[in-house]
Design a protein around this ligand. Structure first.
Ligand SMILES: *Cc1c(COP(=O)(O)O)cnc(C)c1O
Length: 224
């Protein structure tokens, strides 16, 4: 087995294991492979092993990989910070965006989504670790933002995304995800069923708290 295949199999088995402990079907947890700063050939390798969903953080880097990998049947997710002058290529070249945290960005993505494509799938990024430096809407402003974004015709609002402050302790890893999941479950006007929770270091905690996408970079591609 190649090194990349070993890493891939290890991540898949972690997901399987966590889903089974959580009493959830394996298929309810989707793997998003995060290729930021890794070359296109690493993505091609993982594709050949069966991976189809890939996430990118930087627009220029993503577009150049998409061009090189044009022959591959990849579903692309944008997961990085979004500047308003970069919304057009994101609206045109991705199927999912996990990192929308303000209405203005959502509105631009909706306007710029080409008519011939299905609505862009959106997760709202929520700031659940309370750090000033982190992007994301505050939890108490989430219902209002969700209601507004849910009205935009070019978008399909699916759920929430979170990147908590790094934490080694498993029980503490679960807390911010649990708070966010419970807040979403209490939103009555809008039903969201997508939870983009968890990275290489906290997969199990995220899956225990309902992750439907785990965004994994270093555990698949090696350290950056
Ligand atoms: C880089 C990144 C990931 C993947 O992180 P790893 O720790 O390498 O698995 C996931 N989500 C976001 C938003 C990222 O920027």
């Amino acid at each position: 087995m190649s090194e990349s295949e070993e890493r891939y199999q290890r991540v898949l088995s972690q997901i399987r294991h966590a889903a089974s402990i959580a009493g959830r079907p394996r298929e309810s947890v989707n793997l998003l492979a995060v290729g930021k700063s890794k070359p296109s050939r690493d993505i091609a390798n993982l594709y050949r092993l069966g991976q189809r969903h890939f996430g990118e953080n930087y627009v220029q880097e993503a577009l150049s990989k998409q061009e090189r990998l044009g022959a591959f049947d990849i579903t692309w997710h944008f997961i990085g910070p979004i500047q308003s002058n970069k919304t057009k290529p994101i609206a045109e070249h991705f199927t999912w965006v996990h990192s929308v945290d303000r209405f203005k960005i959502a509105e631009r993505l909706s306007q710029q989504r080409p008519d011939f494509l299905p609505p862009l799938n959106i997760c709202l990024q929520v700031n659940i670790s309370g750090e000033d430096s982190k992007s994301g809407v505050e939890l108490d402003e989430l219902p209002e933002l969700a209601a507004a974004v849910g009205q935009l015709p070019g978008l399909s609002l699916r759920g929430v995304m979170a990147v908590p402050a790094p934490e080694d302790n498993y029980h503490r890893q679960r807390q911010p995800y649990r708070r966010l999941r419970e807040a979403v479950e209490q939103m009555h006007n809008i039903k969201l069923n997508t939870f983009s929770f968890g990275m290489s270091g906290d997969l199990k905690a995220a899956i225990m708290e309902g992750a439907t996408w785990v965004r994994v970079g270093s555990a698949l591609f090696g350290e950056r």
